[in-house]
Design a protein around this ligand. Sequence first.
Ligand SMILES: NC(=O)c1ccc[n+]([C@@H]2O[C@H](COP(=O)([O-])OP(=O)(O)OC[C@H]3O[C@@H](n4cnc5c(N)ncnc54)[C@H](O)[C@@H]3O)[C@@H](O)[C@H]2O)c1
Length: 326
Amino acid sequence: MHITILGGAGFLGRKVAARLAAEGALGGCRISSLTLFDLAAPPQPDGATFPVHSLAGDLAELPPAAIPPGTDVVFHLAAVVSSAAEADYELGRRVNVRGTDAVIDACRRLAAPPRLVFTSSVASFSGGQDAVLADDARQVPANSYGAQKAAAELFLADASRRGMLDAVLIRLPTVIVRPGRPNKAASSFVSAILREPLLGLPASLPVPDDFAVWVCSPRRAVEWLLHAAAMDTATMGLDRGINPPGISATVGQMLEALDSVRPGASALVERRPDPAVAAIVGGWPAAFAPVRARPLGFTAHESLAELVQAFIDDDLEDTRRERNAG
Ligand SMILES: NC(=O)c1ccc[n+]([C@@H]2O[C@H](COP(=O)([O-])OP(=O)(O)OC[C@H]3O[C@@H](n4cnc5c(N)ncnc54)[C@H](O)[C@@H]3O)[C@@H](O)[C@H]2O)c1
């Protein structure tokens, strides 16, 4: 099995690559090669027993080697994320819309349609704090990033219907705890209020404590992406979008979970309202009622305390090292 990860140097791309390297197989099929593509050549995952080709380039000018002949699975994770796409309209459209178009064209050139796993987002919906969205809720985005993700979903679903690829489109919740440094996502604070105190550093909270967010852990997100790459899509029909079973949690509940794992840590979180951030994340739905995902095999979420503990186990030391080095 030949696999490509577009956005292979990113947070989730690295984690998917690490899992593939550790397991050597996907859905019971042995992995023969892995191609990693990003703006800068992605790092090699440790311990791979198959060849890993690391490639630098621009998604919108996708080089043929990014999705080489014989590719069976494409993880399309490359994107300009929320605040960055809102701040730079041209860049967001170029990467998130035209880049996705380039991915469809590359898949069309293959002799056999590959499985295409796309990371869409909770940001493709709106509804705000009172929303609990059903699987068939309309995507009415409240920002350019969400609109670009929803548009990409439509193009990919149509390409799937035409037999050019076999798409599974996962609308990821906000994935926490993100390791490393704060990034340009509007939701960056949701990770920061857990990560920074665990590093002994202060963090700002731009929204009230009762503000709820639809979240999932990196472990669960990777699990869902790997499942999407190997599952039987025959029963999905035309609807290739999946609202996975994340969890809805208030900021206050997250800080309680933090304190349950590391007592007193939440004292480092400072309440500092930020209307610009609140305006973006305040438009995203705070909860979903996913029904379809479970029978399709997408696993249920763990508790918030387990999510915090998983960050400590998986990413805290590397984050500390990276931050000290910078
Ligand atoms: N992390 C989250 O909370 C979250 C939530 C919902 C959806 N998603 C989606 O999941 C995917 C992965 O998210 P992430 O958190 O790993 O993001 P990330 O920013 O860490 O990774 C995205 C990668 O895309 C690359 N990229 C950007 N422009 C590119 C271009 N022109 N050509 C090639 N590569 C380019 C970046 O360099 C980066 O490495 C993204 O599509 C994101 O929109 C993430």
